[in-house]
Design a protein around this ligand. Structure first.
Ligand SMILES: Nc1ncnc2c1ncn2[C@@H]1O[C@H](COP(=O)(O)OP(=O)(O)O)[C@@H](O)[C@H]1O
Ligand SMILES: [Mg+2]
Length: 210
């Protein structure tokens, strides 16, 4: 059993997109917890086309202990938690229980700077847990290699001393898959976007289960 949280204090970096697609790659033995009151992952699931369960569980709806009880009662092999883009109870609670925090970072100066905040939170959680958990994986997200920032992001992220995951390119198919209510492996099976997600999910699985 492994718990994987998608965390970044910034919105729009690809947390929900990666949460849904990593879950798709780990399906069927996975539950996706939508802890963001915005409900992106829950909306994605509305068409009934995702091959795994999505639990809508914004922390604002319940007390932290009740939320933790719900999440820890999940019986699938993997639990993926899609977090809101802010420092709050949900992020703190998820970092207290997860095995791995996946931090998507999109290639803009502002987003790379916001990574500092996410890493500080992860380090705080490790100290509180007196553990090397949560492990972290920094994932270049929405990468356009034609831009200078796109080419430089991997090098910039290696400076944090945490593992840097396979990059996820900016692709129309990811936005279209959301509109279709599907994960990329069903929406565009065998596409470049699908193979990037599979590569990422296999690294995520390996680090989370270590
Ligand atoms: N790799 C990608 N390629 C193209 N569009 C993407 C990609 N990842 C995310 N997006 C788009 O960017 C926007 C924000 O993504 P989302 O996953 O909702 O971010 P977050 O959960 O961090 O706020 C959405 O419109 C989504 O479709
Ligand atoms: Mg989101």
């Amino acid at each position: 059993m492994a718990i994987i949280a998608l965390a970044n204090l910034k919105g729009g970096v690809g947390k929900s997109t990666l949460a849904v697609n990593i879950s798709g790659a780990l399906a069927p033995n996975v539950t996706l917890v939508d802890a963001d009151p915005q409900g992106t992952a829950a909306a994605w699931a509305e068409e009934g086309q995702l091959p795994f369960d999505v639990m809508a569980a914004p922390l604002s709806d319940s007390a932290v202990t009740a939320w933790l009880d719900r999440v820890l009662a999940i019986e699938t092999e993997h639990t993926v938690i899609d977090l809101p883009p802010m420092l709050g109870e949900a992020t703190t609670a998820a970092l207290a229980i997860c095995d791995l925090a996946v931090v998507p970072v999109s290639p803009s100066g502002a987003d790379i700077r916001a990574t500092n905040g996410a890493i500080e939170l992860i380090e705080k959680a490790r100290t509180a847990r007196k553990s090397d958990k949560p492990r972290a994986l920094l994932v270049p997200s929405k990468v356009d290699r034609r831009t200078a920032a796109g080419a430089e992001i991997e090098a910039a992220l290696h400076g944090y001393g945490e593992p840097v995951g396979p990059s996820i390119a900016q692709r129309i198919a990811h936005a279209d898959a959301f509109t279709a209510g599907q994960w990329i492996g069903d929406f565009a099976k065998g596409s470049a976007g699908h193979s990037e997600i599979r590569a990422l999910a296999s690294v995520v699985k390996k680090i989370a289960e270590r």
